[in-house]
Write a new protein. Structure first.
Length: 119
């Protein structure tokens, strides 16, 4: 399985791609210069790194994702629950709600998700 971890700056970089894809590598350089204050070489170095991890691809100068933002964060969430709570989602929710009480709207949304998973 590919390595899907990203540092904070890599997440900002990935968000630039996810929010504008497909985009040319030249446009990506321009955006990274504006938003991250990066030089062209930095952009290409980080692009190469995230492509090697299997998250993005740069084919003929067009950058696109291989893993969507939603898929990436779902995998990160699953990994966190697995590593921290031995894969127990109820354990995670119990720990989460000891410090932050859920609103009625959040409870209703969780109940809806559970009903959809059952049926």
């Amino acid at each position: 399985m590919a390595e899907y971890r990203l540092g904070e700056i890599e997440k900002r970089f990935a968000d630039i791609i996810w929010s504008r894809e497909p985009l040319t590598s030249g446009k990506l350089v321009e955006l990274c210069s504006e938003e991250l204050n990066w030089k062209k070489s930095t952009t290409y170095t980080v692009l190469k790194r995230v492509c090697e991890r299997g998250l993005f691809q740069n084919v003929d100068g067009i950058v696109t994702s291989l893993v969507s933002k939603e898929e990436f964060y779902a995998m990160q969430s699953e990994k966190f629950v697995e590593e921290t709570f031995s894969g127990s989602l109820p354990g995670f929710l119990a720990a989460f709600t000891t410090r932050k009480k859920l609103t009625d709207k959040e409870i209703a949304e969780l109940e809806r998700i559970i009903r959809e998973q059952k049926g």
